[in-house]
Each structure stands twice: as C-alpha cells, then as structure tokens.
Design a protein around this ligand. Structure first.
Ligand code: ADP
Ligand code: MG
Length: 891
C-alpha cells in the first residue's frame, strides 16, 4: 500500500478549511486508498485530487476544479455513461469505488447522505457491453504450504451467472494450468499466504491478472465457511464438504463474501447474505476428471483464440452453433473441461444423435431458443438487485418459450421410439415456471419503460390505485373538466367554471347572476367584482390529489415493482434449474446442428489405447473459406499401444502440422460430447493431450526460444503417461542441425521406451525415419507429394513410409525464387546426392564449389549465400528477401 498517499489523504482530512462534501469524499478515500473513488454529484460521478488526475489521464476527460475549491482538481463522467468509463478503468487494472446519494437531494437537510454502493473490481465487474458468450470468472485461491494432499485450492465464481466451481491439487503446474484455463481477470488470496512461492509463481506467469490480497483476519477460514453456509444453505455446504477439502470451501466462501461486498450491497437480502441468490451450489471438479489440456496445448491447438488472438479461426469459432449466450458459455465450458468419464460424453452423444435424427424438432428447438434471452444473467441481475422492468419482461418472454421447447424436445425423444437419450428426456420436463411468467406478463406493460420515475412500467388495469394516480398525473386537466361538467349539471349553472390561481389554488367561479343556484355545500372563498369563488370538499380533494399524484404514482410504481421483484426472487432456484437445462439444451442442439451441417460422425469411445480415425478432417481448416485454395483432403490416422510412435515426414507445407492437430482436436471434441469431423472414429482413453509445436518465441516471459522449447519438452517427458496423446511438431529446430537431431531422437526414444504414450512426431530430420527400424512401436508416415516436371503437387494424403527428400528446392520455387537460382540449387543438390552424403552428415561440408567449373565470382557469391540457407526454415517473406539480396549480387 502507498503510505505516502495515505498520509496525504490524512493531512487533507485534518485541514480546517475542508468543505463538508470533500470531507465526505476523503473519508471514503481513506478507506479505499488504492481504488479510484467516484462520487455522485447531480448527474455526474466526480473524482477529486489524484483520482481526478488519474481519470483525466486514463479516460481522456477534462480536468477541472470546483468553483468553491479552486485548488482541488476534479474530473467527472455523466452517470448515464458510467458503464463505459468503468469498463475502461477496469481494463486498465483499476478498482473503482462508487459513492452514490442514498437520499433524495430535494429532501436532504444539509449535505446529501452518500454511501459506497458498489466496489467494481476486474473480477466482479458486470459490463453490460462485454461479450457474454464466455464466462467471466473471479478466482479465489487458498494455499496450504504444509498440506501433503491439497497444497492449493481454487474457487471460481462468475458473479453475473452465479456459476461457482471449486477444485484443489498438489502440483504447481496443475495450478498454473487451472488458473490459465479460467482466464480469470482477478484472483483473490488471503494475506496469510504471504510470501508463498506458489503465489509468486502465479504472479510471474500471469502478468495480466490482478491478484487481490484480502485481510486474512477478516476473511478467516471460519468466516468463509460461514459465508458458504449463509449463501448456499447448510445442505449445500455439507454436500460440498463431502467432495472437497476444507480449503476449497474456504476459497469459495471468500469469493462469495467478496462478491457480496463489492457487487450486491443494494440487492435483496437472502438468508442474511444479500444478492447472491443466483449462486445455487458449488460445483466441485477435480482437474484430473477432465481431459487435461495445459496452457501450451490450449494455445497451440487454438481452442479459444488463434495464436494471433482472434476468435475467427479458433476451435470454438468453428464448432459453436449455439443460439443463446448461455449455450455458448456451456459449450466453452465443455470444451475446456471435457470429462474423462466416458459415460458423460456418451450421454451427450446420445442426445446429439437423437436430435440429429429428428431434424424437424431440432429446428423448432433452435428457433425457440433464439427467442429466449440470457436467463442465467437475467437471474443474476435479479438477485444482485440490478433488474430493470425490461429485464423482467425479457425473463417472462423467455419463460413463455419453454412450453414450445419442451414439446419439441419431447418429439425428438419420441422419435427415438422410447430409446431416447437420458438427458434429453430430462430436458423434455423443463419447468416453465408458469405462475411467475403469468404474473409478470399480467403486471408489466409490454412496452414497459426502464425508468420508474417517469415512464410507464405496469399495464393499465393491473392496479387501480396506480391507474388513478397515473390518470391524475397525466391528465389533471381532464379530471378538472370532468368535475366542472358534473357541477354544471348538478347546479344547472351553465357558466360555472373551475379555475385556479397561485394564491387560492382551485376554485369554482359563479357569476353574480347565478348565485341563487349555488348549493349549500359550496363554501365561499373570495368575492370578486362580477363573481364569487367557492370550493367544495370534492374540489379540495381533487386539488390535493393533483398536487400529490406524481409523487404517489412513483411511490406506488416502486412498491409494485418491489413486490414483483420479490415474487421473481422467490422462484430463483426453479429458474436456476431452468437456466441450466436451457444451457445444456442449446449446447446439445448446437452440436447436433454442427454434426448435420458439417457431416460429422458419432465417435466411439473406449477404454483401450487405440485411436483409429478414418477420413478425419481438421474442424477449423475445412471451414475457413478462402483460407484453403483446395478442397480439404481427409486422412486416416491409426495409433495403438503397438504402433504408438508415428514419425511424420514430408516437405514444408505438405500438411504435417494439420494432421497432427486435427487428431488432437478430434479426440478433444469426442470427449467434450460432440460428434467429430471424420467418416468414423474410435477414440480410446486419452487422459491428457500434450503439444509442443514449432519454435514459438516467448519473449514476454524472458526466455529464449530454444530454452522454452526445451523446458516444455522436459515438462512433457516428466509428466506424460501411457494414457496420453503427445503431439510434437518439429522440436529441435531452435538449435544446430546436429544438436537438434540428437535431441529429437533422444526425446522420441524416451517417449517410446519409457513413457509409452501415443505420439505423433513431425520432423524435418529424415534421419528420424530410421527409428522405425530400431523400435517396435515406431512407424513412419509421410504426407505425400507428387513431382511433376520438377514441380511438386501437394497431395495432402498421409501414407506409409518416410520421405528421404525435403523438396526444399521445389518449395523455394513455389515461393518465387528466380529460375536461374532454382536451377543452380538443383544442380548442387543433385551433385550432393550423387556424392552420396551419409545420412547424418552435415550439409555444406563437402567441397562443393571447388569442383565447380570456372568459378565465376558472382555465381560463387550466390552459391555461398544459398548454401548458408536452410530452405526448410524459410518463410515466404524471407524467401522474397533472399531473392532481393541475390539479385543485388548480380552485375
Ligand atoms: P506442414 O506442417 O507440413 O508445413 P501444414 O500442416 O502447416 O504443413 O499445412 C500447410 C497448409 O496446407 C495448411 O495451412 C492448409 O492450407 C493446407 N493443408 C494442410 N492439410 C491439408 C489437407 N488435408 N487438405 C487440404 N489442405 C491442407
Ligand atoms: Mg508444420
């Protein structure tokens, strides 16, 4: 904490010249010195002093000052634009404290009372504009340095949807994987864990994550367990305790307490812990229960974003056919935690199959879901006290879709002739929460305004008192005219008028000539020259009504809205179950749609070691229109414990990386419950997928390419087992040929002999194909090309045996190397091959150029330059640069 800042705040607070408003502000600031404090004043949220300067800088807004305190810097944002500005501050890693007026400024005596209404932090901010198709987790970590079994526990709470999961483990690597998998923006820890090396590891690994330290005395284990019980109830607590170590519950409790504290201060109270009624339970999970993909594998396989950070082109992009944000989040969670338990995947395959074979029902389901809102988040807003009238309307409209959905699902199940899928049969019983739906539709105006103060929220006819107030408020003149007409009729005085002025308010005016007709109930108020003015009880009441109608309408609207909110809140657990069902239904229907549209097949899962894919395709590449100039060519891949190490060779650009990644993705999709892009697929047990692809730079972590490559390879060798699938793509590139080949060879041997994992190993070292002769489980495949008049044609088929040629010269030609250079390179290559260089002999050591006839200096220079080039390593761009360089050598 910044002591200097705290001292400055205290010094300001001590100043006798401080205005009461600034004293109020600094009081809050003293409690939250590290946050930006925004103070509601009229229509603005204002920051002062350092915070004003910070806001001006970070938000690009003008720095001004108060008229009363010229030396106090001030900067503000209009309250209606608050969310956007909050998002920018949060994105920059700041926490923001919102101080709002908690009494009506018009009624306040002296200074308006203000309170901290929300603390907005990176992990809890519910940005209405943020993409809702991915969960947004707040992480919470509990470390137990002395524990032998659960060294760490991690809880993750999505405050917007109420999803709460918790897990635990022993190794630092798993923890790093899990934190990476959550992509949490903020992770809580208790300062009891101060100077724990595990925490330091995390902070180093995730520079973009805010690690928020909580006071361990406030958030002590007992208090956190009590929070769990308050929010979830004793039953849920006991259920979670049966499956999780205490530390995991403590982490969960801390996340709940923090969320309630920061987000739910003005939410409806539930069991003494406000605002988290949408959190129903703790979902325990064991990292080992899911097919594990570590951070490298997730990045290399481009599961949730491409290596360049885009959504288009990642696996999620390619397989997402969901129509609701709930379904999209469910799909993301299935893909990031594919259960190892084959029964789960199997049940999903059953449901997908049933839906695929009932295309009419599938269409109806997806149509219906398209009209359903984000029930999960709507419920979250409701329970956090943020729901507005239109949220409730959307909720009601969503509920109204449920019966149609249920009928469509029942049809799909029925089409299965009784053998229907278990999960689908459950989904055919979704609870439409009909009473709540009717109540909401009955109460709310179909065009309800979100503004309780001026707009119309409830249907006319829903509440007589509200209608009365509204009539008066909207149409005081006609109420007066009606009274006037009634009085004319009653008295028979045609010229009788109801009028008003500021001094006497409303009165009835009768001309002198008609005074004899005035009834007794008229009370004389004022005598004019040609007329008398009267009041009646009724007129006095009307006047009072008119004066108070606006206020009463607001009051009544608020009371009615609160009652509706309360009724909805009471149904939270039913709606939560409904939201869960809708999420599953959407994710399953999405899989079905994908399977039908892309011609995926149902994979067969087994406990064996075999991976047998026929006609497999890459799920992303085959959909990247424009990226492929040719049709995607399907391939077969077969791995088993007897044939476990596949050495994949073939020229650059042939398709080695593609076929390896597609194999991993097919296995992953199968376990996530999806059908797969293949003609048929049998996928045996896969506990974990490891990948090490290419030589990617990791300068952000300050390690050299080769170091990273070796560190990751080491990690794979250490942690892989025979139940894993290992994808190695050209490891050993980052160093010299001899080193690289030796390392690649030794790694392959180790994987074959010791680890016994199923391995696909692409390499540009043709020498590696020799392994197949030495090791029984090793075999060769190459991606075929055809030579056609010195050019190569990529066939994209995976075929038995290795290649002895790299076709580097042909690829260089494709890349645009000038014909004379290609011709010269080819003749040098021919000579090398004729001289029969040994398998492992380094290129370039033969006295090539001495034996060239009449050494021409230009040609020698070109040849020297070329011989220094490893064509396999060239990117097209480098090839072009090389051409330019070579051209500059010509006379
Ligand atoms: P390598 O790893 O052998 O250098 P890649 O796997 O990166 O080759 O593939 C290079 C390009 O070839 C891919 O980007 C893709 O455009 C195309 N490609 C690969 N496999 C296929 C295939 N089976 N069918 C069609 N195009 C393919
Ligand atoms: Mg490659």
């Amino acid at each position: 904490m910044d002591d200097e800042l705290v001292a400055r705040i205290e010094a300001r607070l001590a100043s006798p010249r401080l205005t009461p408003m600034l004293r109020q502000y600094l009081g809050v600031k003293a409690e939250h010195p590290e946050a930006v404090v925004l103070f509601r004043m009229g229509d603005f949220f204002e920051a002062f002093f350092e915070d004003a300067e910070e806001c001006a800088r970070r938000l690009d807004i003008t720095l001004t000052h108060r008229s009363k305190e010229k030396d106090v810097p001030m900067a503000g944002v209009p309250h209606h634009a608050l969310d956007g500005h909050l998002a920018r501050l949060i994105e920059q890693g700041k926490t923001v404290v919102l101080v709002d007026q908690v009494e009506d400024p018009k009624l306040a005596k002296g200074l308006v009372r203000r309170e901290v209404t929300r603390v907005v932090t990176p992990g809890t901010f519910l940005d209405p504009a943020a993409p809702s198709r991915l969960p947004r987790y707040l992480g919470s970590l509990e470390l137990s340095p002395r524990s032998k079994t659960d060294r760490w526990a991690l809880a993750a709470l999505d405050v917007g949807t109420g999803e709460l999961r918790a897990t635990f483990g022993q190794s630092a690597e798993l923890l790093v994987d899990e934190v990476g998998r959550l992509s949490a923006k903020e992770v809580l820890w208790s300062d009891r864990a101060e100077s724990d090396p595990l925490l330091e590891t995390l902070e180093a690994e995730f520079p973009g994550v805010v690690f928020t330290r909580l006071d361990g005395r406030v958030h002590d284990p007992e208090a956190s367990l009590a929070t769990v019980e308050r929010v979830l109830g004793a039953e849920e607590r006991a259920a979670a305790e049966a499956l999780l170590p205490k530390a995991a519950l403590v982490a969960a409790g801390r996340a709940l307490a923090y969320a309630a504290d920061t987000q739910a201060r003005d939410a409806p109270d539930r069991r003494g812990q406000p605002g988290l009624g949408h959190v129903g339970r703790i979902r325990p999970y064991v990292p080992g229960d899911a097919l594990v993909l570590d951070r490298e594998a997730r990045a290399h396989l481009e599961l949730f974003r491409t290596t360049t950070g885009e959504h288009r082109g990642c696996l999620l992009w390619a397989v997402d056919r969901t129509v609701t944000p709930m379904g999209a989040r469910r799909l993301a969670s299935w893909l990031s935690h594919p259960p190892r338990d084959r029964k789960v995947a199997h049940a999903r395959h059953d449901a997908v199959e049933a839906l695929v074979s009932a295309p009419g029902s599938l269409d109806r389901i997806r149509d219906g879901l398209g009209r359903v809102g984000d029930v999960e988040r709507l419920l979250g807003r409701l329970m956090l006290g943020r729901a507005l009238p239109r949220d409730l309307l959307q909720l009601a409209a969503s509920l109204a879709e449920v019966p149609g959905l249920v009928a469509a699902v029942a049809d799909a199940v029925g089409d299965e002739l009784g053998a229907g899928s278990g999960r689908l049969a459950e989904l055919a019983e979704l609870d439409p929460c009909a009473e709540l739906r009717d109540r909401l539709l009955d109460a709310l105006d179909p065009d309800a305004s979100n503004d309780l103060t001026t707009g119309r929220v409830f249907r006319p006819g829903f509440d007589a008192e509200l209608d009365h107030c509204a009539l008066l408020a909207d149409d005081g003149a006609s109420a007066v005219a009606a009274l006037e007409a009634r009085e004319r009729k009653a008295t028979g005085i045609g010229s009788l008028k109801v009028r008003s002025n500021r001094v006497f308010g409303y009165f009835i005016e009768v001309t002198k000539a008609n005074l004899s007709l005035v009834p007794d109930r008229y009370l004389r108020k004022q005598t004019m020259v040609g007329a008398e003015r009267f009041v009646t009880d009724e007129l006095a009441t009307l006047e009072e009504d008119l004066r108070s109608a606006e206020a009463r309408r607001l009051e009544r609207t608020e009371a009615l809205f609160l009652a509706v909110l309360e009724a909805a809140t009471k149904e939270s657990s039913r709606m939560r179950r409904l939201a869960e069902g809708l999420s599953d239904l959407d994710a399953l229907a999405g899989f079905a749609r994908l399977a039908a549209e892309q011609d995926f097949c149902r994979p067969e899962l087994s406990s064996g070691a075999e991976i047998a894919i026929e006609g497999g395709r890459h799920p992303v590449l085959e959909q990247m229109s424009g990226a492929l100039e040719e049709r995607f060519v399907p391939n077969d891949v077969h791995l088993s414990s007897d044939e476990r190490l596949m050495i994949v060779t073939g020229p650059n650009m042939a398709g080695k990386s593609t076929i390896m990644r597609q194999t991993a993705l097919i296995a992953l999709l199968a376990y996530a419950g999806s059908f797969v892009p293949a003609r048929s697929a049998r996928i045996g047990r896969v506990d974990r997928i490891h990948t090490r692809v290419g030589a990617s730079d990791d300068l952000s972590r300050g390690r050299s390419t080769f170091m990273v490559e070796m560190a990751e390879t080491a990690r794979i060798l250490r942690s892989a087992t025979e139940h894993d699938l290992v994808i190695l793509d050209e490891i050993g590139r980052g160093t010299s040929t001899f080193d690289g080949l030796s390392i690649a060879w030794a790694v392959a041997e180790h994987l074959h002999d010791v680890v016994r994992a199923r391995v696909m190993f692409a390499t540009h070292y043709h020498e590696m194909t020799e392994l197949a002769r030495e090791r029984p489980g090793a075999f060769n495949r190459h991606v075929a090309v055809r030579e056609h008049r010195d050019r190569i044609v990529f066939l994209r088929t995976l075929e038995p045996g290795g290649t002895q040629r790299s076709y580097g010269v042909q690829v260089a030609r494709l890349a645009g190397l000038p014909p004379p250079v290609v011709a010269r390179a080819k003749s040098l290559l021919d000579r090398l091959e004729r001289q029969g260089r040994g398998l492992a002999s380094p290129v370039g050591q033969l006295p090539l150029f001495e034996v060239a006839p009449e050494p021409d200096p230009v040609l020698t220079a070109v040849a020297d330059r070329l011989s220094a080039v490893d064509v396999d390593e060239l990117t097209p761009r480098q090839a072009l640069d090389l051409v330019a360089e070579l051209k500059s050598l010509l006379p």
